[in-house]
Design a protein around this ligand. Structure first.
Ligand SMILES: *[C@@H]1O[C@H](CO)[C@@H](O)[C@H](O)[C@H]1NC(C)=O
Length: 570
């Protein structure tokens, strides 16, 4: 009887309320073509577009509160991370949103697939001609002459009036991927290695002077007090994101360990996870500088922590933002995602629509609530963002402006100073979260009128922390190379967190999860080495100066392992 009743009710609803979807309203638009791109030709009518729809999520304010409850030291719920089902209950769109969007798609003979565990993202393929009509869009080919990248995008699109409040965004539409991925900025000529007599003495913890010009795992162990002993907890894992067909080479890792971690088994391996058609070619010449760096400074620093290289393929071809979302959705679908995820890719915030930036940031909120620490490199163009050149106002990077991840800047030298390329600044999309308001206010007061008008004083400020990022020694295609970039700093800081999580797990405690409320607490900040010199020039300015306390070049500072152990209660 009940079944009959519901069926009848549903039937009545469809008949009486069936929306026409005729009145299209502009939903997102961009005024300018992002710097470096030029408009080419109208997109061919028959070209297929892979479109994604983000449905309005259920209760993100509730999830945000839950995230801070489990991530803020001293809170009654600290460390009690949410289950997969608990997160999905917050995120899932309303049944009304799901039903309206499905009716709209069905009315246009479109069948969509659900691509996120909470059901908030749908995907389908349609030709350009249909997309232009469906969304009142003008899909056009844009080229980026400097890199040869081509993208099919529209500068504006609309959705039916009935879907306002139910559809958050359609992608890819007005968001342009930055063709410059966040890769190491400098590859200097091959360095001459210190002779064996100069190999650092791990017992004494003295920092050898060679660390000024050649940073190795031993240098980091000496500078930051990172333990050389093996982690003991197999349940504690570390994930390394791989994009744009950057492959991590096992033979290079073995050579790296033989050179720089003679105390570790040179047979130490990383595991591989793939999605979106990703792979990990072991052909020597296909080893990626970024992927090798990221794997060598996780496996080679987080001694004994099981490490997984997550290779996201290029099924979508035009950029990596789809991959940015897919990797998080893949981890959200797991019952035990890695407790730490490090990513050394990013782009300028102004190329991404605010709605998409918000959606990606919400994905980090979800994974953080599950207990994963999410770290990203802050970018390598100083205040000019992700290696961009021209700018009149400072260019914040994405996702560093997202308040639910940890942004890592770079330092250099044994007496650490800010690395000049270390990106930092203030988001134009995300407001300043309360955990950093007092640290950032102190900085802004000390800064005075410097750079006034060139940055958004109310935005989420980054980076949060920093680590060595210059003269970093890696092995690529069997040879030693020296690289620089915040790409070095993120895996190093992530390794420190993974080793802390190993000790916490051994003591029967929860992993650190979303780090920032802890890092900005008095105990957290006191466990970091405050970096007070250097700056990050760009946009024809000297950028921001590092200062006592938090600053937008080195964040709160670099890790001190012993103090961090105490600060986390060990
Ligand atoms: C400054 O940041 C806020 C978020 O804190 C944002 O709402 C505002 O639009 C930004 N201003 C500009 C000029 O981008």
């Amino acid at each position: 009887m009940r079944t009959g009743f519901f069926l009848l009710a549903a039937f009545v609803a469809v008949v009486s309320g069936s929306p026409a979807f005729r009145n299209l309203l502009v939903h997102e638009q961009r005024r300018d073509i992002p710097d470096g791109f030029v408009k080419s030709t109208p997109a061919p009518a028959t070209k297929m577009l892979n479109l994604r729809i983000a449905l309005t999520q259920g209760d993100m304010a509730g999830l945000e509160k839950a995230l801070f409850d489990v991530s803020t030291p001293g809170s009654a719920l600290y460390g009690q991370h949410l289950t997969k089902e608990e997160v999905e209950a917050f995120v899932a769109p309303s049944s009304e949103s799901v039903s309206l969007v499905q009716q709209w798609l069905a009315a246009n003979s479109i069948t969509a697939q659900t691509i996120s565990p909470a059901g908030d993202w749908l995907q389908f393929s349609i030709p350009v001609s249909q997309a232009n009509t469906l969304l009142d869009a003008d899909f056009t080919v844009f080229t980026h002459p400097e890199t040869g990248t081509t993208l099919t995008r529209t500068l504006s699109y609309s959705i039916p009036a009935e879907l306002i409040g139910h559809v958050d965004l359609v992608h890819p539409t007005i968001t342009f991927d930055n063709p410059h991925a966040n890769l190491p900025v400098v590859v200097s000529p091959k360095v001459v290695r210190p002779s064996s007599e100069e190999v650092p003495d791990l017992e004494s913890r003295a920092v050898p002077s060679s660390c000024n010009t050649a940073v190795t795992p031993a240098c980091l162990q000496a500078m930051y007090g990172i333990p050389t002993t093996l982690a003991t907890q197999s349940s504690n894992t570390l994930g390394v994101s791989g994009f744009i067909e950057q492959f991590a080479n096992q033979a290079d890792l073995t050579t790296f360990l033989k050179s720089f971690r003679t105390d570790l088994s040179s047979a130490t391996k990383f595991s591989l996870q793939t999605l979106d058609g990703g792979s990990n070619s072991q052909t020597a010449s296909q080893a990626g500088i970024e992927a090798n760096l990221d794997i060598q400074y996780t496996v080679g620093v987080a001694s004994g922590v099981p490490t997984t290289f997550i290779s996201v393929g290029e099924n979508f071809k035009d950029g990596n933002l789809e991959g940015f979302l897919d990797i998080i959705n893949a981890l959200l679908a797991e019952s035990n995602p890695p407790q730490v995820l490090t990513t050394s890719y990013g782009q300028n915030e102004n190329t991404i629509s605010a709605a998409l930036a918000n959606q990606l940031c919400n994905a980090y909120m979800q994974l953080g609530a599950r207990g994963t620490s999410i770290l990203f490199a802050s970018g390598d163009g100083g205040v000019s963002g992700s290696q961009s050149g021209r700018c009149t106002t400072f260019l914040p990077t994405f996702p560093s402006g997202c308040p639910f991840m940890t942004s890592v800047g770079a330092t250099t030298g044994i007496t650490e100073t800010a690395a000049t390329f270390s990106s930092g600044g203030f988001s134009n999309v995300f407001a300043r979260p309360s955990y950093q308001s007092s640290s950032v206010s102190t900085y802004l007061t000390a800064l005075g009128s410097t750079n006034s008008g060139k940055f958004n004083t109310s935005g989420r400020a980054f980076p949060d922390v920093s680590a060595q990022g210059q003269n970093v020694q890696i092995v690529l295609e069997g040879s030693k190379e020296s690289v620089a970039g915040t790409s070095c700093s993120s895996p190093i800081f992530a390794s420190v967190i993974a080793l802390l999580n190993d000790r916490l797990a051994a003591a029967g405690k929860s992993p650190l999860g979303f780090l920032n409320p802890f890092l900005y607490s008095a105990a957290g900040a006191a466990a970091l080495n405050d970096i007070t010199t250097g700056d990050n020039p760009g946009c024809n300015t000297n950028g921001f100066p590092a200062k006592t306390g938090w600053d937008p070049v080195t964040g709160l500072g670099t890790p001190n392992f012993a103090k961090l152990l105490t600060a986390v209660g060990l």
